[in-house]
Design a protein. Structure first.
Length: 560
């Protein structure tokens, strides 16, 4: 078994595992699991847990299960199960034949509950939900025992069996653990283990009308699967005594070690599943796969790569205290990854028509353009050039500032991979004064060559042939919220960024992208990284901007 070395990451979780291996705990075996609830799509926070749990299994030659903790039928569905399976696979991980469901264990969990009743460690309580809350006490005052706490074993068994048989209405009874109503940890004050819930389950349908609580099913599922290290986020720290109590009463030989780490919080977004559900259900976004969402499926649609997400999770590491991670680091990881793999192409978002007056009207020539300047193995492509081109509207200014190096009256500029052109005149709308087109001349001796007279032309701009370019729709995505920590706000909706999506319908891209496949990623030279959206098809070409070229993280990291 591989322990932590200089070539492997290290953190407090790995330190614990290393110590367990040195003492031969669990016979040197490591078994982890990723146990999401199938009531939504997994997000970047879950991705951190996926990378950690499966990464530990890889590093220590152990195993990692995928288990769906489906104990609450309300809101759970096969749609969410399928999305979780797809997203974990896409992130680059495999559980082989170890796909499990908490619902696989419903019968066993029921028998475990019977065992607790028989041993005097559980009882059926007939208080209402409000009364149970009132009896629980506060952080400074102990709770009060339920008047039903001392029911006989026989009465508890009878009531629990009748609960399963469907004799009672929802909320009429619950099964509670008998622990300590004066415990300092409120979690240990006779927590609920089972409740009546007449809700069809997406897998077991109407077979069950009672369902185990998450805290009861989760720890026992871990023990049944032989999990050695139950790695979870800090909000479960207070529940650890209950985890240990339940397993200790029922499967003491298989008790996993629960270790908590800081959950991931990312700036300018929210990761609370309840809030993500609200964004989807109330139509603030287009769905779980909206590219502005922090869901894995949303990031995939936007054009993020699994390699970039894994790198981000590795860079932020594993901490003991919660902190807010700047989303710029995630964008930096995506940008670095796409810089290596994305072919370079030319696209114009907001076109300005350019007529080259001295270029033959019916002539077209092809330029061989490198697909990646540092990776010759990626080859070249042919880009047509003609008399009429489109350039970015921002690449021409009638009255430019001093350090402006693009096209302007009296100036020259090089067209990427092509000729040097010089401004001659412009055409404006007589009524509005809007610039309609500019006229230039080109120097035919500068085809991919410097001027013969040695003059310097500092600016280089991209272009697309007007007669050969392909119209495209481009969706420019920005951060979903306009404050750094929307998760800390109760009314988080009011901080939604109204400019988080801008749709540009005027784009023209070079001819080579005519049949680009959905999911393909490119760098639009000088503009950013873009991905072909799944809406592409039937003569419609749609791109999502993945990230701009400008990298704010490098400045943040440098303290600038």
């Amino acid at each position: 078994m591989t322990q932590t070395t200089a070539s492997n990451p290290t953190d407090f979780i790995r330190d614990i595992i290393d110590q367990d291996i040195r003492t031969n705990k669990n016979a040197g075996r490591l078994a982890t699991r990723f146990p999401p609830e199938p009531n939504g799509y997994i997000h970047i926070g879950h991705a951190k847990s996926v990378c950690l749990n499966f990464g530990l299994a890889r590093q220590y030659q152990g195993t990692c299960n995928l288990r769906l903790d489906d104990t609450d039928p309300a809101g759970e569905s096969m749609e969410f199960v399928d999305s979780i399976i797809r997203d974990v696979h896409w992130l680059g991980f495999d559980w082989e034949d170890r796909l499990f469901y908490a619902s696989d264990y419903f019968e066993k969990l029921y028998l475990f509950a019977i065992e607790l009743i028989k041993s005097g460690n559980a009882y059926v309580c007939s208080l209402s939900p409000d009364e149970i809350r009132e009896h629980r006490g506060t952080f400074t005052e102990p709770g009060k025992e339920s008047p039903y706490r001392n029911r006989s074993v026989e009465e508890n068994l009878n009531l629990f069996e009748r609960m399963r048989a469907g004799e009672f209405e929802d909320g009429a009874h619950v099964l509670r653990a008998k622990i300590d109503m004066a415990a300092a940890n409120i979690v240990m004050r006779d927590p609920i283990l089972y409740r009546i819930k007449r809700e069809p389950h997406y897998r077991t349908e109407t077979k069950w009308v009672i369902y185990p609580m998450y805290d009861f099913a989760h720890c026992l599922s871990d023990a049944l699967e032989g999990i050695t290290h139950s790695i979870c986020t800090l909000e479960f720290e207070n529940n650890r005594p209950l985890y240990d109590w339940i397993v200790g009463k029922l499967i003491p030989a298989n008790r996993p070690k629960q270790i908590e780490f800081a959950r991931l919080s990312v700036s300018y977004t929210v990761l609370s599943k309840r809030r993500l559900i609200e964004l989807v259900q109330k139509g603030y976004v287009r769905g779980w796969d909206d590219p502005r969402m922090p869901t894995v499926t949303g990031m995939r649609r936007r054009g993020y790569t699994p390699e970039a997400i894994r790198k981000f999770c590795a860079q932020i590491g594993v901490a003991k205290n919660d902190n807010l991670i700047d989303v710029a680091l995630l964008e930096h990881c995506v940008r670095e990854d796409l810089n290596e793999r994305a072919p370079r192409v030319m696209g114009i978002l907001r076109p300005l028509r350019v007529v080259i007056d001295n270029y033959p009207e019916n002539q077209t020539e092809d330029f061989d353009c490198a697909n990646h300047p540092q990776r010759p193995e990626m080859g070249t492509r042919k880009v047509p050039f003609s008399r009429v081109l489109y350039i970015e509207r921002d690449d021409f200014m009638e009255d430019p500032p001093k350090k402006y190096n693009r096209l302007a009256p009296g100036r020259e500029v090089r067209l990427r991979n092509a000729y040097i052109i010089k401004f001659e005149s412009m055409v404006k709308d007589e009524q509005s004064g809007e610039l309609l087109e500019i006229h230039c001349t080109y120097d035919p001796q500068t085809r991919n060559a410097p001027p013969a007279d040695g003059r310097k032309v500092p600016g280089v701009i991209h272009w697309v042939s007007a007669g050969h370019g392909v119209p495209a729709e481009v969706r420019l995505y920005d951060r979903l919220f306009n404050i750094e920590d929307p998760g800390s706000e109760e009314d988080f909706i009011k901080y939604l960024n109204p400019d988080s999506l801008q749709t540009v319908m005027t784009c023209h891209v070079e001819q080579s992208l005519k049949n680009a496949e959905p999911g393909s990623q490119y760098q639009f030279e000088r503009l950013g990284y873009f991905c072909v959206d799944e809406d592409t098809g039937a003569g419609r070409l749609v791109f999502n901007r993945v990230v701009p070229l400008r990298d704010s993280w490098t400045k943040i990291a440098a303290g600038k």
